[in-house]
Design a protein around this ligand. Structure first.
Ligand code: NAP
Length: 301
């Protein structure tokens, strides 16, 4: 397939591109700068100049492809509402372009269940409408199934980890270094699911090739790792003490990520494994932390 990938130069996208190419697909990657275009070209794909804010570039990329994988996102958490509006506009631009063609629209989403309750592939996203987190993009994209599109939600774990990660676990490591302590919140029993980047990339390809319309894919390698275990592993890797901080101090200690780190998110990937024959084989999150993935200078590959 000829696949248009937004976010092709990002953390997950730059693993998805070679995964697709090795499987015989052709990739066009949205590039908003010369540096992004260079990364996309180096991965073996063809850059498509444009931006998430330039919907014509999104439409023309989608028009030239047999399928779209939308991984681009504005990760400015101080302007989260704006990111959501962009997300919704981009989903609409792609959906309208693909309407009536039966082509696939795979899009990044997250794991958003009730705290402490196992979130499965059978559970709908609780977010709908333009003002919801991520612009309610998952339910909005699924509406396009009635308009002849094959929308598929790629629900990534909160941490898609590995060497070079700059996502949430990297933020926790940075805060630990700045504060001189790797902290967890309260009793540290809140959990985060996790997946290794290589496993996530393979799953995206399997979903492209196999998932039906309104398919929900859980990129979950581990169902829920206690925040205390994550903090203690970071403390050991960074040679810092680890300690609990009170929930009321979480925001001042962690900033915006505090509320998220304190959320008890637990999710299953069992149906995804069964449906797509997906078996995660990469290191666990704690193995990656111990191997130096979040240390200032990584010590292992
Ligand atoms: N990584 C995780 O742990 C994780 C967990 C859950 C969900 N997700 C979701 O998965 C998706 C991919 O995440 P990621 O970790 O790969 O993100 P990332 O590393 O931050 O990459 C974001 C991508 O979006 C592109 N982008 C940002 N703003 C853009 C704009 N205005 N115009 C065009 N492109 C733009 C970036 O391009 P440049 O290269 O030019 O900056 C980059 O390719 C996102 O939707 C994210 O929220 C990720």
């Amino acid at each position: 397939m000829r696949v248009f990938v937004t976010g092709a130069s990002g953390w997950i996208g730059s693993a998805v591109v070679p995964e697709l190419i090795e499987a015989g697909h052709e990739v066009i990657g949205l590039a908003r700068s010369g540096a992004s275009a260079e990364r996309i070209r180096a991965a073996g794909a063809q850059p498509h100049p444009g931006s998430l804010d330039d919907l014509e570039s999104i439409r023309s990329g989608a028009a030239a492809a047999d399928a779209v994988i939308h991984l681009g996102f504005k990760h400015d958490f101080d302007r989260f509402a704006e990111s959501g509006r962009t997300e919704r506009a981009v989903v609409q631009a792609i959906g309208d372009e693909l309407a009536g063609s039966g082509r696939a629209l795979l899009f990044a989403s997250g794991l958003a269940g009730s705290p402490g309750v196992l979130f499965t592939e059978n559970d709908p996203s609780p977010f709908s409408g333009p003002d919801a987190p991520r612009g309610g993009g998952e339910n909005f994209a699924f509406e396009y199934a009635d308009r002849g599109v094959r929308p598929v939600a790629l629900r990534f774990s909160p941490t898609v980890h590995g060497m070079g990660d700059h996502g949430f676990t990297a933020q926790l490591a940075r805060i630990a270094r700045e504060r001189g302590v790797a902290a967890w919140i309260g009793d540290g029993s809140s959990r985060w699911p996790a997946v290794h980047r290589s496993d996530a990339a393979r799953l995206v390809r399997l979903a492209l090739e196999q998932a039906p319309a309104r398919g929900i894919v859980h990129a979950v390698g581990e169902e829920g790792i206690p925040s205390r275990a994550i903090a203690e592993a970071l403390g050991a890797a960074l040679e810092l003490p680890s300690a609990s901080i009170a929930p009321e101090d979480a925001e001042s200690h962690f900033g915006w990520i505090g509320a998220f780190f304190g959320m008890d998110i637990v999710a299953s990937g069992a149906l995804t494994r069964e449906r797509f024959g997906w078996t995660p084989t990469g290191p666990t999150l704690l193995e990656d932390i111990a191997a130096g993935a979040y240390s200032p200078v990584p010590v292992a590959g």
